[in-house]
Design a protein. Structure first.
Length: 434
C-alpha cells in the first residue's frame, strides 16, 4: 500500500519540507513541497510545525491540504492506470501550488496519457468511434519508450511538445536504432510523435512549425524474418510432456491458432458461440478486431480433434505469450532462430538469434497458418482468412515473392491441362480362317 510522509532532510533554520511517496517496493518518490520551516520547530511524528503563530498555522493548513491533494491524485491515477514517477509527483505539487511554468498538457508524456484516456472517443482507421485495444497498447508502449528516452538521454527532464522538431526526431530515431529496434518499430514511434503533436496543435497546445514535415522511416529495409511452426514442430508440440493445466490449455490455443490463422486477440476471444454448422460442415465465424471483417473458417479435422475435448478456457494474451514459450521448450524447439525477443519487461523486442522457443509469440499462429497452407489453399482464400489487404502484403508476410506466386500458378495450370495421349496401335488377333 502506498504511504505518504512529509519530512525534512537536513537540520537547517530554513529547511525544505519534502514529500516522500512510497508507491511500492523499489519505487519511492522524493520531491520538495515548495514550503520551508525552521527544523528546530518541526514535529516529525505529526508532520507539521510546532509553532502557533498565524503564518505557522497557514503552513500547517497548506501541508494538510497538500497531502490530501496528493492522495486524491494517487487514487485517481490508480483507476486510470497512471504510471507513478517523480515527474508525476512534481506535477501534482506544482498544480497544488499553482506554480506550473508550463500548462500540464505541454508535457509530452502527459498529453500521451490524455490521448490514451480519450481512446474510446477517438476515431479509428475504419472511421468508427474507439481505438482498438492493440492501438491503445501501442500508445502505452510508446509512452514508456519516451520516458526511457528522457531517462537515458535527457537525465529525466520532461520533453515539452513545443520542443519536438526535426532535430529532436532525428536524435530520437538514432537512439532507437542504436538500441537495436527494428525499422518497423522506429517508424511506429515517429508516426506516434506526429499523431500526438498534430492532436495537441488542434487543442491549442504550442507545437513546432516543423511537425508537418516529419516523415516516416523509409520502408526500404530487409524483409522481416519469417518465424513459423512447421507441421513436424506442431506434432512435437502435440506430443510434448506437459503437467501444468495452464500449459496444456495454452498448447490447445497454440495448435488451434495454427489451424485458424487469426491474430492473437481474435483467437483468444473465440468461444463455443463462434462455432456454427452449415450443411454438415463446422465453421468458426468471427469479426476481426483490427479489420472489422467477418471471417468464416472451416474447422479442419485436426482442429475438430482439438475441440472434441472442449474449448480451451479463457486466457490473456500476456499469459498466452508466456506459456507457449514453455510449451515449445518442452517440445524441445531449440533450433537457433533469427527473431525478436523481449529482453526486459514492458519494453520493445530486440532482434537477434535465439533458441526457437524463446522467439515464439502469439503471432506465430497466424504466420504458421499462412505459411503452411500456402500452395495448398488458393492465396485469395488464405488472404480472406488472415485479413491481408493485398497479395503483395501476404507474400511478404510469409517470405514469398511474386516469382514464387508465378511458379505456383504455373503448377496449378499444369494440373488443369489434359494429358496428351499418343496414339497406340493395338494388335487385334485375326480370327479369320486361313
Amino acid at each position: 500500500m502506498a504511504t505518504l510522509k512529509l519530512l525534512l532532510r537536513n537540520k537547517n533554520q530554513n529547511s525544505n519540507i519534502y514529500v516522500r511517496y512510497s508507491i511500492e517496493r523499489g519505487n519511492v518518490l522524493w520531491r520538495k513541497t515548495g514550503f520551508i520551516v525552521d527544523s528546530r520547530f518541526w514535529d516529525d511524528e505529526k508532520e507539521r510545525t510546532k509553532l502557533k503563530d498565524e503564518d505557522s498555522k497557514n503552513l500547517n493548513f497548506n501541508l494538510r491540504d497538500l497531502k490530501a491533494s496528493l492522495e486524491n491524485a494517487y487514487n485517481a491515477g490508480i483507476s486510470s492506470g497512471t504510471e507513478f514517477t517523480g515527474e508525476w509527483l512534481q506535477l501534482q505539487i506544482d498544480l497544488f501550488n499553482k506554480k506550473i511554468p508550463v500548462v500540464a498538457l505541454d508535457v509530452l508524456t502527459t498529453y500521451i496519457q490524455k490521448y490514451i484516456d480519450e481512446a474510446p472517443f477517438k476515431q479509428n482507421a475504419k472511421k468508427e468511434l474507439g481505438l482498438s485495444n492493440g492501438r491503445v497498447q501501442n500508445l502505452k508502449l510508446f509512452k514508456n519508450t519516451i520516458i526511457r528516452f528522457e531517462t537515458d538521454i535527457l537525465k529525466c527532464r520532461s520533453i515539452l511538445i513545443k520542443e519536438i522538431d526535426l532535430k529532436f526526431v532525428e536524435k530520437f530515431k538514432m537512439w532507437l536504432f542504436g538500441l537495436g529496434y527494428s525499422t518497423n518499430y522506429v517508424g511506429k514511434n515517429i508516426a506516434n510523435i506526429r499523431t500526438i503533436c498534430l492532436d495537441a496543435s488542434k487543442n491549442d497546445i504550442e507545437t513546432s512549425p516543423q511537425i508537418k514535415n516529419i516523415k516516416g522511416v523509409s520502408e526500404s529495409r530487409e524483409p522481416e524474418d519469417v518465424v513459423f511452426l512447421s507441421d513436424d514442430e506442431q506434432e512435437a508440440i502435440k506430443k510434448a510432456p506437459l503437467v501444468r493445466d495452464a500449459l496444456i490449455n495454452a498448447r490447445k490455443w497454440l495448435l488451434l491458432g495454427c489451424l485458424l490463422g487469426q491474430r492473437g486477440g481474435d483467437l483468444l476471444s473465440i468461444t463455443e458461440k463462434n462455432i456454427v454448422e452449415r450443411a454438415g460442415v463446422k465453421f468458426i465465424e468471427l469479426k476481426q478486431q483490427k479489420t472489422g471483417k467477418l471471417v468464416s473458417i472451416v474447422l479442419l479435422p485436426p482442429a475438430q480433434e482439438i475441440l472434441e475435448e472442449g474449448m480451451p478456457y479463457k486466457i490473456s494474451l500476456v499469459h498466452f505469450n508466456e506459456h507457449i514459450k514453455d510449451v515449445c521448450e518442452a517440445a524441445e524447439l531449440y533450433t537457433p532462430t533469427k527473431g525478436r525477443k523481449k529482453l526486459k519487461f514492458n519494453q520493445p523486442t530486440v532482434k537477434g538469434v535465439h533458441p526457437k522457443y524463446e522467439v515464439v509469440s502469439s503471432h506465430i499462429c497466424r504466420r504458421s497458418f499462412a505459411t503452411n497452407f500456402y500452395g495448398r489453399i488458393p492465396t485469395t482464400v488464405l488472404m480472406g482468412i488472415t485479413g491481408h489487404g493485398t497479395e503483395r502484403m501476404f507474400l511478404s508476410y510469409i517470405g514469398k515473392t511474386s516469382h514464387d506466386n508465378a511458379l505456383q500458378m504455373l503448377e496449378y495450370f499444369s494440373k488443369l491441362q489434359p494429358k496428351s495421349k499418343t496414339p497406340v496401335m493395338k494388335l487385334i488377333r485375326n480370327t479369320a480362317k486361313q
